[in-house]
Design a protein around this ligand. Structure first.
Ligand SMILES: Cc1cc2nc3c(=O)[nH]c(=O)nc-3n(C[C@H](O)[C@H](O)[C@H](O)COP(=O)(O)O)c2cc1C
Length: 210
């Protein structure tokens, strides 16, 4: 088993792992931290896999309250595509990067992983219907919606709490999802309260925490 010794916060750690493919250049097997999938370390030992099923995993992840976004792009045929996502998160301030993850089985998978630009709309509390529409294959239509056009002619909604116009920066492997990283080219904000998603349900802000 390949291993590597690193100095981490004043401690010497031995990282033991198996080489994985570096998806940035397709090369495999160069032993280095980025190419190693850690399995055990000298001071971070513990069971790798506890006995849980995907329902329990979903329930536990549902304890992490998030906002809700609808992300739009144009596919290779110039057709507008959109999907609801709550995996949106910040990555970096300089350069300005954000991420979200898309399931490999999503209809718009190719559109989002091969696009040049996409737009993330953080939804307001009263936009639950928009979220439901773009989470459902049957309801997913732009009919009756007034759209604007942003960088790269990407269709955009005019109502949002925050809107991030992004250039596709990188796609990284993430199990049954792909992590889509975008470089933020433009930001806009409007007044309002956020739509939240918690415990598998849409929620609203109750107020300021004590
Ligand atoms: C609140 C909410 C958040 C979601 N977040 C994501 C997400 O981050 N990534 C993802 O791939 N799908 C997410 N989905 C599911 C997609 O919106 C969509 O339903 C799913 O990809 C199936 O799409 P398909 O009909 O194109 O196959 C979310 C759905 C909801 C309702």
């Amino acid at each position: 088993m390949p291993h590597k010794t690193v100095d981490y916060a004043g401690k010497v750690l031995t990282i033991v792992g198996r080489p994985v493919t570096d998806h940035r250049d397709g090369q495999q097997g160069i032993p280095g931290m980025l190419l190693m999938l850690p399995e055990t370390t000298t001071d971070l030992r513990g069971p790798l896999v506890n006995d849980f099923d995907s329902r329990q995993l979903r329930n536990a992840l549902g304890a992490f309250a998030t906002g809700v976004t609808v992300i739009t792009t144009l596919d290779a045929d110039g057709i507008p595509r959109a999907m609801t996502a709550n995996s949106f998160s910040s990555v970096s301030l300089d350069p300005p990067l954000v991420l979200w993850s898309i399931g490999k089985s999503a209809m718009a998978f190719d559109a989002f992983t091969c696009c040049q630009h996409f737009v993330v709309h953080v939804l307001k509390q009263d936009q639950q219907a928009l979220s439901t529409r773009f989470a459902s294959r049957e309801a997913r239509t732009f009919d009756d919606l007034t759209m604007e056009h942003g960088i790269g002619n990407v269709p955009m909604f005019s109502d949002y709490l925050a809107r991030f116009q992004c250039e596709l920066y990188e796609c990284l492997p993430g199990g049954d999802h792909v992590i889509v990283i975008g470089k933020v080219l433009d930001i806009e904000q409007q007044e309002g309260e956020p739509l939240l998603f918690y415990s598998g349900q849409y929620q609203a802000l109750a107020g300021t925490a004590e």
